[in-house]
Design a protein around this ligand. Sequence first.
Ligand code: G3P
Length: 217
Amino acid sequence: MKFFADTAAVDDIAELNSYGLLDGVTTNPSLIAKSGRQIKDVIAEICALVSGPVSAEVAAMDFDGMVREGEHLAGLADNVVIKLPLTLDGLKACRHFSQKGIRTNVTLCFSANQALLAAKAGATYVSPFIGRLDDINIDGMDIIRDIRTIFDNYALETDILAASIRSGNHVSQAALAGADVATCPAAVIKALVVHPLTDKGLAQFSADWQATGQSIL
Ligand code: G3P
């Protein structure tokens, strides 16, 4: 499973990248707003740091506007992926960009049928939102499993990008369900390494080592 950072915070992206843990980045209008920066500046900076795909989302609601904005965003760097909403205009724009060989991420997906439409429109990625489904008492992971089955049934090549991930449990469950990518806040990715038995074992090894008085170097 690939790990994308779901953030527009360049410092967090640089840190995760330094650990070799980052396969790509996703952003959305809320994350750009949170960064307090201009979308063009922040996307260009992220793309210079990360060689993997970087999703940048259009703000327009209509096909023509999405195409204009998407072309502009795609011009910022070779690794920009155009993020489009799961609406009829968004699907039309997805088809437009996929026919031009420009990668797309169809976002705000909340059902298997929506994901099927995104795949038919030629999406590179479709982003089902796990956490927001859980928030309304629908098991987000069921949607991931259904999409995996449907895509496998028809050999659809669109990658399932599990989004709106809130916890390590979401990450492991999405991996078990066959998601191709998990996009997570930086804190969720870093928390995956934490286990109390690792900390306890390390403290014991360190104490025992100190007691030997040895030095490896
Ligand atoms: O970028 C889309 C998605 O990951 C948003 O997550 O936590 O705002 O539901 P969240």
